[in-house]
Every structure is written in structure tokens, then in C-alpha cells.
Write a protein that binds this ligand. Structure first.
Ligand code: GDP
Length: 364
């Protein structure tokens, strides 16, 4: 399954957010290193389209799609040099597909800040610097192996060294690998290095309950500092999200949200944005037994999408019957869509679109 890692300095609200996201009970406590083990949780991706399809089909079962989430604690200044519990956690980050970086934008004298004051821009720099240090180490090690053969004229080695050196100077100027520009071949070399700062990133500003709608001076400074990265920044109050997650019934939650002037929990936004960050899209299967959302990478063709359900579906793929979500809803059913000419019959080369309702035909 695809995995998102939550990173940030100690006491910024990672565990609290993780708990709200997964409704699991990680240890949230007011001191650094409260979360020592990486906590892995499974989050279901909310999708109103799935609810709508279920309403139309009335299946026995409704199954949303999921993303794994890991709470990665222990990143502090010096982590890349093995300070604190750092090095181990940098390894945990390497195993993720995308990063959610939480920064503290709330004041609370009862919650200790590791660096003595609230400053999300500085905090982000601390984390970035550690990740960049680690990447520099990785690239240097990799490039070193090819210097000799590059000198004796081996073309591939030379390319490796050239790309590596350009990347090193980029990293040394404190820029993340994700903003490094190179040609296609160079990009492949970079991808193979599995760098920490090459992963897609989503920023979450953890604010107090007065600020999640409007922001505050901290979030404004933070947004300005990351403007050039073109990354998404989400404002959330982890504390409130945790409170929402603790409410037992759906009615209680709705009431609470309404009182806060919210249309949905902020975690939904985080989940959806993470999903987009991973370049994922959703297609549906809609049968009376089960209406279900499936996750694929953008650009997946019909047989590959079928393979997510079962490898036999991919091997024996004949064709796919496709109704786009809007048409399905407009005509109320598969039969309705078919009668109105909205059921497409697609072959092996069909690239599945977000929101397709699929029916696969295959040989067994
Ligand atoms: P982590 O070390 O980043 O995982 O941080 P935690 O989630 O354990 O939070 C550290 C402390 O800050 C806990 O006492 C939380 O209750 C508190 N905290 C987290 N989010 C908020 C928030 O939005 N507002 C306030 N006032 N406190 C928070």
C-alpha cells in the first residue's frame, strides 16, 4: 500500500494529528520523544462519490480506499549525524512515498518548544537541513563509486558523476532534490537514489482554534517562505481534529463541526491532499454485493487497473465497460447509462480516468 510519513520537530502536534487521522491511540504527551516507535495507521479516503454510488446501487457492502500513514517522531537538529533518535527515523522516511510536514503555529505556554519559541519558518529549516544533509551523504557515496570509471572514459559513469555533482551543488545551496532540474536520463539517476528531499510534500500548519479559518501571523510567514515550492499548505487544528475524532456518533460530530463553522473535518482535506500528492486516482466498481473505490497511479491502463482487484483479471483481460461517474449518477444506474449510450467498451490501451465506474470482462 502507499505510505505517507508525518514529520516535524517534537511537540508540534504530529501524534495528535496522526491520532485524528487514524483514530488510533498513539501516545500524545507534552514532552519530546513521546512517540518512539514509528506508528503505522491505515486511513480510509473519504469520497462523496462512493457514498452517492452506494445510495444508487444499495449494495451489501461499501468499501472505501485506503492509504497507510506513519508517524515519524524524533527528528531534531543533528539527526543526520545520529543525534537523538534521528538516524533511525531518517530511515523510516526513506520508506515512504510522500511526506506530510507538520509545523507548529500555535502558542501554548504549557507545551514546551524544543527551540524555546514558536517559529515555523525556522523549524522547517531545521528539518530540511537534516534531510538535505542525509541526501548529500547518499549522493556522495553513490557518485564516489563512479569517479574512477568516469575518468577512464566510461560514458555512463561520466553521466552519473556529472548529474551527481550538479545535484550536490544544488543540495549544498540548501535546496531540496525535488526542485533539481535535469534531463530525462538525469532524472532517472536521481530517482534511483531514493532521496529524502525528492519526495512529494504537503505542509500542515497546526494552529489554535481561532486560526484555522483565517490563519495567523505564523501561518502567513510560513506560507510566504514556501511560496516558491508550489507545495500545498493546509491549516488545521490538530487538537480540534482529535476532539472530533473522539466523538462517538456521526450526529455528535456533525453538530460539533457545525458549531465550529466547518463543513467537514480538516483531516479529510489532509487525506485528500495526500492522495493527490501521491498522484493517485480512484475508480469504482459498483455491484449489488459491493460498491468499492480502488486506487491506481495516474496513467494506469485498463488491464493494470483490473490487476489491482485480482492478478487473474489482468492476465485474462478482454475488455472493460466504462461509465463515467457523472453519467452513472445522471442516469441513475448502469442500465440507464447504457440505454443513453454512455457505456463505453474499452480495450487494453484505455487509460483509466478518475471517477470511472468499471466492469471488467476477462477469461479465466
Ligand atoms: P509531537 O511530538 O509532534 O507528536 O506532538 P504531540 O502530538 O505529542 O503534541 C505535543 C503536545 O502539544 C501535546 O500536549 C498536545 O496536546 C499539544 N498540542 C498538539 N496540537 C495542539 C494544538 O493545536 N493546540 C494546542 N494548544 N496544543 C496542541
Amino acid at each position: 500500500a502507499l505510505k505517507c510519513g508525518i514529520v516535524g520537530l517534537p511537540n508540534v502536534g504530529k501524534s495528535t494529528l496522526f491520532n485524528a487521522l487514524t483514530s488510533a491511540k498513539a501516545l500524545a504527551a507534552n514532552y519530546p520523544f513521546a512517540t518512539k516507535e514509528p506508528n503505522i495507521g491505515v486511513i480510509t479516503v473519504p469520497d462523496p462519490r462512493l457514498d452517492k454510488l452506494a445510495e444508487l446501487v444499495k449494495p451489501q457492502k461499501v468499501q472505501p480506499t485506503t492509504v497507510d500513514i506513519v508517524d515519524i517522531a524524533g527528528l531534531i537538529k543533528g539527526a543526520s549525524k545520529g543525534e537523538g533518535l534521528g538516524n533511525q527515523f531518517l530511515g523510516n522516511i526513506r520508506e515512504t512515498d510522500a511526506i506530510i510536514h507538520v509545523v507548529r503555529c500555535f502558542e501554548d505556554d504549557n507545551v514546551v518548544h524544543v527551540d524555546g519559541s514558536v517559529d515555523p519558518v525556522r523549524d522547517k529549516m531545521v528539518i530540511d537541513t537534516e534531510l538535505i544533509f542525509k541526501d548529500i551523504e547518499t549522493v556522495e557515496k553513490r557518485v564516489e563509486k563512479f569517479r574512477r570509471t568516469a575518468k577512464s572514459g566510461d560514458k555512463e559513469s561520466k553521466k552519473m558523476v556529472d548529474v551527481g555533482d550538479a545535484l550536490l551543488s544544488h543540495l549544498n545551496s540548501e535546496k531540496p532534490a525535488r526542485s533539481f532540474e535535469t534531463d530525462e536520463e538525469g532524472q532517472e539517476i536521481v530517482n534511483e537514489m531514493m532521496l529524502l528531499t525528492a519526495k512529494p510534500i504537503l505542509y500542515v500548519c497546526n494552529v489554535d482554534e481561532e486560526s484555522f479559518a483565517t490563519g495567523n501571523a505564523y501561518t502567513q510567514a510560513f506560507q510566504a517562505s514556501v511560496a516558491a515550492e508550489k507545495a500545498e499548505v493546509i491549516l488545521i487544528s490538530a487538537q480540534i481534529e482529535a476532539e472530533i475524532a473522539e466523538l462517538e456518533s456521526r450526529e455528535e460530530r456533525l453538530e460539533f463541526l457545525q458549531a465550529m463553522g466547518l463543513s467537514e473535518p480538516g483531516v479529510n482535506k489532509v487525506i485528500r491532499s495526500s492522495y493527490q500528492l501521491l498522484n493517485l486516482l480512484t475508480y469504482f466498481t459498483a455491484g449489488v454485493k459491493e460498491v468499492r473505490a480502488w486506487t491506481i497511479k495516474e496513467g494506469t491502463k485498463a488491464p493494470g487497473a483490473a490487476g489491482v482487484i485480482h492478478t487473474d483479471f489482468e492476465k485474462g483481460f478482454i475488455r472493460a465497460e466504462v461509465i463515467h461517474y457523472e453519467d452513472y449518477v445522471k442516469f441513475g444506474s448502469e442500465a440507464g447509462a447504457r440505454d443513453n449510450g454512455k457505456l463505453g467498451v474499452e480495450g487494453k490501451e484505455y487509460v483509466v480516468q478518475d471517477g470511472d465506474v468499471m466492469h471488467f470482462r476477462f477469461n479465466v
